[in-house]
Design a protein around this ligand. Sequence first.
Ligand code: TXA
Ligand code: MG
Length: 330
Amino acid sequence: MATILGIDEQAILAAANVLAQGKLVAIPTETVYGLAADATNGSAVAGIFEAKGRPHFNPLICHVSDITMAERYAEIDPISRQLINAFWPGPLTLVLPLKPGADIHPLVAAGLDTIALRMPRGVARKIIAALDRPLAAPSANTSGKISGTSALAVEEDLGLKIAMILDAGPSEVGLESTIVKVEGNRVLMLRPGGLAAEEIEALLGEKLDRIDQRAAIQAPGMMASHYAPMTGVRLNVREVAPGEALLAFGPQRAIGASEAKAILNLSTTGSLHEAATNLFDFMKRLDATGSTMIAVEPIPFNGLGEAINDRLIRAAAPRALSVTEMEQIK
Ligand code: TXA
Ligand code: MG
C-alpha cells in the first residue's frame, strides 16, 4: 500500500529519497498527478510502464526543476527559449533535440533522439530540485483510465503498485500539458492541453501549426514519434542467417547464433523488466553494426512483453503498417 503524505518539507525530502531508490511516487503537478520515476534509472522507468499496464512504450515527458537542468539534457533553440521564459514553470511541454550522451535512460524517450521537457509548478518542482535529477512522469492512472487529478483517485487506482503518493489536493488545471515542437521557425502543436494555443499564439504573434489529431490516433505506427532502425527487423527468429545481428532473449540461443555478426541479449535470465530497459539501446547498437538484418528471438507477451513486442512489430514494419494491421497489434 502506498504511503500518503502531505506536501511539507519532510514529505518532499521523503519523496526524493524514495525516488532516488528507484521506486515510483505519485506527485501532484498543476496539470494532473504524475506517476514519477528517476529518469536516469532504466529499471525505475520500466516500473512506470508496468504499473500503468501500458501495452506499448510511448515517449514520456521528463520534468525538470530549472532551465539549467533542462540545458543538461536538451539543445534549446531561440524560439523554444522564448516559450520557456514566458510559460515555465507551467503546463507547457517542449520537444527538443536530446543532447548526445545526456544522462537520460533511452526508455524515457522510447529510443528517440528528442526529449519532451517541462518544468512543473509547485511541489513537483521542489521534489526534482531535492533529487537533483529529472523525473519521467506520465499521468498517474492505469492505461486506458482517465488521468488522476486527486490523491484519492490515484490511491484507488494505483495504491497497491507504487511506494508513495503526495497529496496536494485536486489538480489546479486538471488537464495534461500542451506539447509543442519548434521546427525551423514554425511551432507545431503536438498535443493540445492545459495552456491554451491562443496564449502561445499571442506571444509568438502567429498561428501554431497543428497536426491532425484524428490521423495520429488512427495510425499511431505512422507517427514520427517512433524510433525505426535503418536495418530490417525479423521477429520470432529460431534460426539466424550468417551476417544477421541477433537480438537475443533468455538463456537459450537460436540455431546459428554463433554465425551472427553481433549478439546482444536483452536479458540472459529472461526478465522482461530488464529487457525493457535494454531494448532501445540494444536496437540502436545492433543497427550500427552494418548487419543485413536484425533477427529477434521470440519474446513472451506477458507483463512488459506486450509493450516490447509492440515496439518490435513497429520496428519490423516502420512505415508500411495499414490501419487494420495497427488495430491487430494494439
Ligand atoms: O501534464 C502533463 O504533461 C502530465 C503531467 C504528469 O506532467 N504528463 C504527461 O506525460 O501527460 P506523458 O508522459 O503521458 O506524455 C507523453 C506524451 C506522449 O504520448 C507523446 O505524445 C509526447 O508526450 N512526447 C513525449 N516525448 C516525445 C518526443 N520525444 N517526441 C514527440 N512527442 C513526445
Ligand atoms: Mg495519460
